[in-house]
Each structure stands twice: as structure tokens, then as C-alpha cells.
Design a protein around this ligand. Sequence first.
Ligand SMILES: [Zn+2]
Length: 69
Amino acid sequence: MKQCRVCQCDFEPSHNGNFLCSNTCAVRLFTARQKVRLSIKAALKALKTPEDVNNFNLSLTTIIEKVAQ
Ligand SMILES: [Zn+2]
């Protein structure tokens, strides 16, 4: 028995590389990945000027510094 990565249910894998219980869960995983990709794309699109990119880099640095402390 294996646990589905999407719905966490137990299922019998049809082959060893299988980690999803059904086609429904495969579609759900695909949709979730698309959403993440789109939100990253949208965030990058918002950076229009070199100044925006600089501010973005600064905020990243701040976050990294906070985590490192
Ligand atoms: Zn599932």
C-alpha cells in the first residue's frame, strides 16, 4: 500500500513509480502546479522598472536576513 500525495488516501499502486491514487488526483496536482507557476509569473510581471527589481531584491535580502538571524 502507498499513500496518495494529493488526497493522502491509501491505495494499491499499479506500478512502482506511482504516487497518485487516481486520475482525479493527477489533474488536481497538475492544476496546483499551474497555479504556482502563474502566481510566480504574475509576481515577475509586476517588476517593470530596474527600480522595481532592486526593491524586489532588497525585500528578498531582508527576508533572508530575518530568517538567518
Ligand atoms: Zn488521491
